[in-house]
Design a protein around this ligand. Structure first.
Ligand SMILES: CC(C)(COP(=O)(O)OP(=O)(O)OC[C@H]1O[C@@H](n2cnc3c(N)ncnc32)[C@H](O)[C@@H]1OP(=O)(O)O)[C@@H](O)C(=O)NCCC(=O)NCCS
Length: 178
């Protein structure tokens, strides 16, 4: 099978999003699942198109993607490249596609002036960690991801807002005049 790597185009957005949905599942990678949505794809595509790549097979099916961004620090000449999302269709894994996507991503980042590339993933995502090590990422630092459930606060705010709107509607005379 021939697969080629190219810059993403607008028509790829649904395919990339749906492939990501299959890959970033709550069971496998909960943190990635939480932040993967259509806006993520849309935003990266509209702001960093040159750093959004897809792997496309002979039937023009998207079988992989790499999406990233550059980070420029104010008051510093350093530019970082950040590979945010990388995925390959399970049917096409271990065929070197992520490696090809990554190589092209790296070249584009170098052309954009990046000196350091960064990636992150869940500590339990062994396959991705193995992949990144193979690409030469060696200084691995532990980064703890915490989450806090603030649903009670959200519900309180909703209740207060509903109460406030109810009072306004209830307090307004029927003919709209005060
Ligand atoms: C991680 C991922 C992108 C790798 O894609 P891939 O196309 O299968 O990777 P490649 O074929 O280019 O692999 C290159 C090398 O990485 C390593 N590697 C890749 N997948 C591996 C796995 N499942 N187990 C161990 N090593 C692996 C191997 O060293 C491999 O070389 P080899 O096949 O010659 O041994 C793919 O498994 C995936 O989509 N996972 C789910 C999404 C995800 O977790 N993305 C990363 C975080 S955003």
């Amino acid at each position: 099978m021939t697969v080629h790597i190219r810059e993403m185009i607008v028509d790829d957005i649904p395919a990339v999003f749906h492939l990501g949905e299959r890959l970033f599942t709550a069971e496998e990678v909960q943190n990635l699942h939480r932040t993967w949505d259509e806006y993520e794809v849309l935003t990266l595509f509209s702001t960093e198109r040159e750093h959004c790549l897809v792997a496309e097979d002979e039937e023009e099916t998207v079988v992989g993607f790499a999406l990233g961004t550059t980070i420029e620090k104010r008051k510093s000449s350093w530019t970082y490249g950040y590979l945010l999302w990388l995925g390959v269709d399970p049917e096409n894994q271990r065929e070197g596609l992520a490696q090809r996507l990554f190589r092209q991503f790296k070249q584009r980042m170098a052309a954009a002036g990046a000196r350091i590339l960064m990636v992150d993933t869940q500590a339990s995502n062994e396959e991705a960690l193995e992949f990144f090590r193979k690409q030469g990422f060696d200084s691995q630092e532990k980064h703890v991801f915490l989450s806090l459930n603030i649903d009670d606060e959200r519900r309180d705010l909703e209740d207060r807002e509903a109460h406030r709107v109810g009072r306004q509607v209830g307090g307004r005379p029927r003919n709209g005049k005060r």
